[in-house]
Design a protein around this ligand. Sequence first.
Ligand SMILES: N=CN[C@@H](CCC(=O)O)C(=O)O
Ligand SMILES: [Zn+2]
Length: 425
Amino acid sequence: MSKRGRTLLIDNIGELSTQHLPDGDGQAVLGAGGSEAGVMRDAAVVLDGERIAWVGPSSSAPEADERFDSAGRAVLPGWVDSHSHLVFAGDRTAEFEARMAGEAYAAGGIGVTMGATRAASDDELRRLLAARVAEAVAGGTTYLETKTGYGLDVANELRSAALAAEFVDEVTYLGAHLVPAGADADEYTALVCGDMLAAVRPYVRWADVFCETGAFSEEQSRRVLLACREAGLGVRVHGNQLGPGPGVRLAVELGAASVDHVNFLDDADVEALAGSWAGWTGPASADSAAMAGTVATVLPACDLSTRAPLAPARRLIDAGVQIAIASNCNPGTSYTSSVGFCVTTAVLQMGLSVQEAVRAATFGGALALRRHVGNDVDGQRAVGSIAVGHRADLHMLNAPSATHLAYRPGMPLTHAVWRAGQRVV
Ligand SMILES: N=CN[C@@H](CCC(=O)O)C(=O)O
Ligand SMILES: [Zn+2]
């Protein structure tokens, strides 16, 4: 084994959920009940600096500089949280209480957080961001996306993007989150496509649009997504959250990497999403990122917190759609960064097997961010699965199997976390 960094052998792993399924997408196998593709028993992993250097049976593991005895615990890839909104100040407890008393969620609450965020100093936002990222890591998240979207003018969207880039792995431009009160919708859309986009562009890899009644129409959303794509950003969509609508079909039409929420889907939406995956031959093929379709990202904590019908994750998987599970951490609809809680809910309430849910929150998130492949390409390694050459992002549970995530809901099962080879929990 090459000695590029200090090596660490993690052995006696009772159950290793690699989520590495090179011969196909694996979802059908995982859903078949009992079969566990991508899972090894009595396994070991060797980390070499930031990368995974070896994966195999514990009994034949090579020696390393240091050793960590897992004592039979389960190990998964670190969570890949592909959808969050962490750049904000203030909270919306009163809105949440009103919702629990029967009021429906509406997009307008975003304006409340916009006001608090604009009023906060850079240092205050930095402190809040650092605390939120630390909470996510403590729960096993090792790769994190976050969005702008509570600035909603050029200066504050730029500030949000720049601050986010200091703290997270991927930043998404969400100037098209809400038309600020008093602004003309078409003029604001033009700003989002023009000066605002130019300002944030150096800090962001993605653009997103809230395509929903009360936010941005199909036509406005298309304009924003096309302008952002033209500027070299990958695109994604908040769609079909509050009711049936054009979000999913627009996302597929424009080759979005993901459409997120997907609570209200008709047959045509599911067919469009499935069709986007028709030419995909799985994670191992050379053109795996280029051929990937539109991931449907489900947000179980948001569904519970807004009392929305749960997104039809089971139906999507059965139709051949690749799904992700993410936290959607934000002050309005989902004030939690616990991906573990989302996985638990997906198993208990959405009909996913444990390995399907773990896969969606690891490999699925990576796929939604197009980081599921790559071996030091552009300085990036694959995340979301455990295989040689991938980034050494591991989540060890204080439990013998991932099943305990659902079997022991709400328990603090995170025992240790390595991010890019560094022990962070
Ligand atoms: N739906 C749009 N955006 C957020 C909610 C934002 C808010 O209410 O502050 C979401 O993903 O749920
Ligand atoms: Zn969101």
